[in-house]
Design a protein around this ligand. Structure first.
Ligand code: ATP
Ligand code: SF4
Ligand code: MG
Length: 362
């Protein structure tokens, strides 16, 4: 059953008298326990999309959607109190910047305890210490009384993860959870996310919430799979055992190769390609996805030069006519200048891409 259904989501920000689109016509769904990776260049709308799912956008933003349903309820129709119960309750959120996500004048232990107070009916120091241990923070007893500025970047991110999973969420949305961290810590945090998804399944079912809330593709030499041969089924089995669904947002598509079941690639506020991660990575359909993957560092081989994707994403205030990628696209043709391509099934039908090369004609 679908846990999250998004249909034709649109977000604009007010810039003075103008309204500038940041997310356009986004549709996707997420099953229970599934991991969706969301990738794209800076400014492509990843954070805006993540925030929109929980209506966490700033006042300058306006949101509309045909449908935004979580676990059978319309998020758009929830009362403010129900929405507050959803955030941090059934859906955990890890913000892009762990420092600004934490309150500098409260100890990190108090901050996690406050989440328990709000969502689990009372503070529980022992549960906080257990959560700190679960996210592999050293010396949980000492850390309880520490302030955010006394922690390293990696430790702060682990505290944010502890807060996000404190309520055994059904869905965790993690927006660039590793951006500010060095490579070793990045991998540790991503491995931890995988472990947490599996662990959360083993815990007791979600209790009633406060208030009135009712309850693989073929090997391809040009785009070699980052998964080694034979690893795919083991990872797939591992994922099938997981319970907590995850939306993992990153500008680094390489980080998603080993962990997401499906991959959505965003460009200029739209999803331009979405499908099983292994298929998208081994046989990218959209010219933008192809360019993005070609600019990834190879984990092996001698050629470590990165051919940068030529050009810049368009200014959202001045989007070009037709396909938003056309000024950078090596395959652009006449139709691309006039008509905006819609997402449609391509290849074997498991992947969708928004590109006229796949016959998007009226
Ligand atoms: N609070 C805001 N007010 C006005 N415009 C905003 C705001 N937040 C984001 N934007 C604009 O919306 C667009 C999408 O931004 P967003 O932060 O969602 O992109 P992103 O893909 O998360 O980028 P990054 O990889 O840098 O985090 C950009 O053009 C950005 O300038
Ligand atoms: S629609 Fe045209 S410009 Fe856009 S990605 Fe496809 S070929 Fe390139
Ligand atoms: Mg972002």
């Amino acid at each position: 059953m679908s846990l999250l259904t998004v249909e034709d989501l649109f977000v604009e920000y007010r810039h003075g008298a103008r309204r500038v689109p940041a997310v356009r016509h986004v549709s996707f769904s997420l099953k229970e326990g599934e991991c969706l990776g969301v990738a794209g260049e800076s400014g492509s709308g990843k954070s805006t999309l993540a925030l929109a799912l929980l209506k966490l956008l700033p006042d300058s933003a306006s949101l509309s959607a045909q449908r935004l349903d979580f676990d059978g309820r319309s998020v758009l129709d929830l009362a403010p109190r129900e929405l507050r119960a959803l955030r941090g309750g059934e859906v955990g959120f890890v913000f892009q910047d762990p420092f600004s996500a934490l309150n500098p004048v409260l100890t990190v232990g108090d901050q996690v305890d406050e989440v328990l107070e709000w969502h689990r009916g009372g503070r529980n120091r022992q549960r906080v210490l257990d959560l700190f241990a679960q996210v592999r923070l050293p010396d949980p007893g000492d850390l309880y009384g520490a302030y955010p500025h006394q922690l390293s970047g990696g430790q702060r991110q682990r505290v944010c993860l502890a807060m996000a999973i404190a309520s055994n969420p059904k869905l965790l949305i993690a927006d660039e959870p590793t951006t500010a961290l060095d490579v070793t810590v990045q991998r540790e945090i991503l491995n931890l996310l995988d472990d947490l998804r599996r662990d959360v399944k083993t815990q007791v079912p979600h209790p009633p919430l406060r208030g009135t809330f009712p309850q693989e593709g073929k090997e391809n030499k040009e785009f070699p799979s980052p998964l080694g041969r034979g690893q795919g089924e083991g990872l797939a089995q591992f994922r099938r055992n997981m319970k907590m669904a995850l939306i993992l947002v990153t500008h680094n598509v390489g980080l998603l190769s080993e962990r997401s079941d499906r991959l959505a690639v965003m460009y200029a506020g739209e999803i331009v390609e979405i499908g099983p991660t292994a298929t998208v990575l081994s046989r990218p359909a959209h010219p933008y996805t192809q360019g993005l993957l070609k600019s990834l560092p190879r984990l092996s081989g001698t050629d470590r030069r990165l051919p940068a994707l030529p050009g810049q994403p368009p200014d959202p205030k001045e989007l070009p006519s037709g396909c938003p990628f056309r000024v950078r696209c090596p395959s652009s043709f006449e139709r691309c200048v006039v008509h905006s391509p819609a997402l449609r099934p391509v290849l074997d039908g498991t992947v969708q891409a928004a590109c006229h090369l796949f016959g998007d004609f009226p």
